[in-house]
Design a protein around this ligand. Structure first.
Ligand code: AMP
Ligand code: MG
Length: 515
């Protein structure tokens, strides 16, 4: 079936970096989800959008013309321990398509059966977790965060056995590439420097073509990935998003969020929040994400070091290590600046008219930290408290007071601390007056463009997945998907999706990895 114009540069240029594998035949394909906006971007043909042929296609029964399915090799540090061989154990890259805007994008299956990298896994995926990936990735996309996208989900008609038998499904993922830190680690660990160079040059051609051919291109690549990840993690942090499994095989070179397994948005603000059932020591807690990203980038630097060194002598390697360290150190500054820019916008301190005085960086960082400390002490809902602060901008303090009192720890002291903080905030706002009237309304509107009203809330996600997976009822999934795709504007019919989870739900909520 000719539905996408494939051009498979990875398979063509990197033999030795993958295994050719056919998708497992699904017994009874049924299309569950198709992302129309994304299909339009890719120029996806009509027959691939609905009907039995579309179902067969997205469940893996029928390969589109031009696809060349391969399982990609990669290694990775998982929870700090190195695995020299992970690879696509339940995913297949079908190939690449140049989209309507000229961007080269990977089209890949997840859950399409075993590969030489499957180890003891079954290569399969359950419908619930695949729909979860759709909801959370579409939520991040709508919030302006770089991410892989979900193009389609098709049920296979085959049960997959987890704690119990669940309906199986295949998700089709679209990414600007699936190159990971672990892709380079795979060849670095084998000391296969010729393949390492080819993969690094491929990554440069794909993501940083302006560096191609330059002598310092590998240091350049490291610098670009550091910058992209610093900005990505700052966005996650500002939104209260917890990835949950920041292993180096789950960190892209493109700077897109990938691997929607145990991720979740934080509800009550607590920096130590962890949802993943296997993250027992909180390695990937919300507050640890920035330095874990830097740790992962240090592993990337190690993998690139043999290419960065201009020779194999100790002196050349020491020089390259020094250069790599300088690039890694720049992460702190870039992350810090991106985080502060995000916090300032959320606080309403960004004015269109004037830049922010750099002498105020420290003042604003402390103002933001004190606000977060207030939310933490009160046990307030992270997303909603920010939204209530926008109400304060327009003079209505009561919703924010109510939010801070609704957490378990809210009390009279909390309100006194809030009033003291609000006085400092208002004083700082006066210093950033832009002169454009009407000032408060304009600023509140700007705050509501960065502080979402709707995120993919855990209890709503779970109830939608349960209805879809257990009862075959997609109506909740569809309503929630529509809601997370419009995160900024308040409408009465979407109000239920903005409500925090009942405390009893939030207290015990856990998420799972390779489900
Ligand atoms: P993840 O935690 O999802 O990043 O996966 C880590 C590794 O386990 C990757 O190599 C995956 O391909 C592999 N994996 C996860 N789930 C399965 C599965 N059901 N069958 C085979 N391999 C899997
Ligand atoms: Mg993964």
């Amino acid at each position: 079936m000719n539905v996408l114009a494939f051009d498979n540069s990875y398979a063509r240029e990197l033999p030795g970096a993958f295994a050719e594998v056919r998708p497992a035949p699904p017994p009874a394909p049924a299309l569950v989800f198709l992302n129309r906006a994304l299909a339009d971007e890719l120029g996806l043909g009509e027959q691939a959008r609905q009907g039995p042929r579309a179902a067969a296609l997205w469940a893996g029964a029928l390969l589109p013309d031009g696809a060349q399915p391969i399982a990609q090799a990669y290694a990775g540090h998982q929870f700090g321990g190195f695995s020299p061989q992970l690879g696509d154990g339940r995913a297949l890259l079908l190939g690449e398509v140049v989209d309507r805007l000229g961007r080269r994008r990977d089209i890949a299956f997840k859950g399409s059966g075993t590969t030489p990298f499957s180890r003891n896994g079954d290569g399969k995926a359950a419908l619930g977790p695949m729909l979860r990936e759709v909801l959370v990735s579409e939520s991040l996309f709508a919030l302006g965060v770089p991410t892989t996208r979900a193009l389609a989900v098709a049920a296979t008609g085959e049960p997959v056995v987890r704690e119990r038998a669940l309906p199986g499904a295949v998700l089709t993922r679209v990414a600007s590439s699936h190159l990971r830190v672990g892709t380079l680690q795979y060849f670095a660990a084998r000391r296969d420097h010729s393949m390492l160079r080819r993969v690094a040059d491929y990554a440069i051609a794909r993501h940083d073509p302006d560096l191609a051919g330059r002598e310092d291109r590998y240091a350049g690549l490291l610098g670009r990935v550091v910058a992209r990840q610093a900005h990505l993690i700052a966005q996650w942090m500002n939104l209260g998003f917890i990835h949950g499994v920041m292993n180096t095989d789950n960190m892209t070179l493109s700077g897109e969020t990938i691997d929607y397994g145990p991720c979740a948005f934080m509800d009550r603000f607590d920096p130590e929040t962890v949802f993943s059932s296997i993250d027992r020591h909180g390695r990937y807690a919300w507050s640890n994400q920035p330095r874990i990203a830097q740790w992962n980038l240090a592993r990337l630097a190690e993998a690139l070091l043999p290419l960065m060194a201009q020779g194999t002598g100790d002196r050349e390697l020491a020089q390259a290590a020094e250069q790599a360290n300088a690039i890694l150190r720049s992460y702190d500054e870039q992350y810090g600046a991106a985080w502060l820019t995000g916090q300032r916008a959320k606080l309403g301190l960004t004015t269109g008219a004037h830049g922010i005085d750099p002498a105020k960086d420290q003042v604003d960082a402390v103002l933001a930290a004190d606000w977060l400390a207030l939310l933490h002490r009160a046990g307030a809902d992270y997303t909603r408290a920010w939204r209530r602060l926008a109400d304060c901008m327009e003079g209505d303090v009561n919703p924010l007071r109510a939010e801070l009192l609704s957490g378990n720890e809210g009390s009279g002291d909390t309100l006194a601390a809030l009033d003291a903080w609000l006085a400092r905030w208002r004083a700082r706002l006066r210093e950033t007056v832009s002169g454009a009237a009407p000032e408060p309304a304009r600023r509140a509107a700007a705050m509501r463009q960065v502080n979402p009203w709707i995120i993919a809330r855990n209890h709503r996600v779970e109830e939608a997945l349960q209805a879809a997976s257990d009862g075959g009822d997609l109506s909740l999934f569809e309503r929630l998907l529509a809601a997370v795709r419009s995160p900024w504007d308040e409408t009465p019919e979407r109000a239920p999706f903005a409500e925090p989870a009942p405390p009893a739900f939030a207290a015990v909520y856990r998420t799972f990895c390779g489900t």
